[in-house]
Ligand binder design. Structure first.
Ligand SMILES: Nc1ncnc2c1ncn2[C@@H]1O[C@H](COP(=O)(O)OP(=O)(O)OP(=O)(O)O)[C@@H](O)[C@H]1O
Length: 243
């Protein structure tokens, strides 16, 4: 993480990103000039076709790419964010409960706070029965739920969520969106990359539309509709026109 932008952050801004360029090999940038802010309570949708540069944007802002010219600021002292990856990452030898415990230790949570929060999350995600099981035996959706629980445990100022919906059943999607709403009301900001445009249209308050590694359009649904020349268009229709 870089903090060169910190001085220009308002109290309401929880994430400030300015990427000049980023890629996987020297001299071959895959994304260019991608800048945006996320403010408290906001859910910013990062959308775009396959290969547009959404995951690269997320990797760049997380500081995971070597070939990257970017400045990123995250609110908080120390800055605290939760990153929920698109593909679940886990330790084969640790149970679900042990994963949560490990994350809590990394966040510096006390034992009682951890027990309370972890127990509530297991209930909310309907995962109490498998809390002492190894994730190897979990379904895709259960693994995704484990990643989301680890993210929610931190109660950070910023959530960075890469395609959360694939694999979640309708009830898990509803439970996830409810928790996300609670967190936004608490003052957290969310950057969420997704292909599930009908859901994104309902829940995001603004959008960054990436195409060919650059921002093709940005703003509220009204702005995106205006840019696409489709005053009543769905996000899907606008996406089609603008990409
Ligand atoms: N590990 C990698 N090494 C080299 N090039 C990569 C790598 N990952 C992605 N790319 C390239 O970077 C560009 C942007 O890919 P990226 O994964 O950011 O797209 P995306 O918008 O997240 O796509 P999707 O919706 O398919 O997940 C593509 O041209 C892709 O081929």
């Amino acid at each position: 993480m870089h903090d060169g932008l910190a001085a220009s952050m308002s109290a309401e801004t929880v994430l400030k990103v300015h990427i000049d360029e980023a890629g996987y090999e020297p001299g071959k940038p895959r994304i260019h000039h991608i800048s945006f802010d996320v403010v408290r309570g906001q859910l910013l949708g990062l959308i775009g076709p396959n290969g547009a540069g959404k995951s690269t944007t997320i990797k760049a802002l997380l500081g995971l790419l070597k070939n990257c010219k970017a400045e990123v600021s995250i609110a908080g002292d120390p800055p605290r964010y939760a990153y929920v990856p698109e593909h679940p990452v886990f330790y084969e030898d640790l149970t679900l409960w042990e994963h949560l415990d490990l994350a809590a230790a990394a966040f510096g949570m006390g034992d009682q706070e951890f027990e309370e929060q972890a127990t509530a999350l297991l209930r909310q995600f309907d995962m109490e029965k498998v809390k002492h099981d190894l994730p190897n035996g979990f379904s895709k959706g259960m693994r995704q739920k484990m990643m989301l629980m680890i993210g929610f445990l931190a109660k950070p100022d910023v959530y960075i969520v890469d395609e959360p919906f694939i694999g979640l059943d309708p009830r898990a999607t509803r439970d996830f969106l409810r928790l996300l709403d609670d967190e936004r009301r608490r003052g957290a900001g969310v950057l969420m990359s997704t292909h599930v445009l009908d859901t994104a249209e309902k829940i995001c308050d603004s959008f960054i539309l990436i195409s060919g590694g650059q921002i093709a359009s940005r703003g509220s649904l009204e702005h995106i509709r205006e840019a696409a020349g489709l005053p009543q268009g769905s996000l899907f229709d606008c996406f089609d026109v603008l990409t």
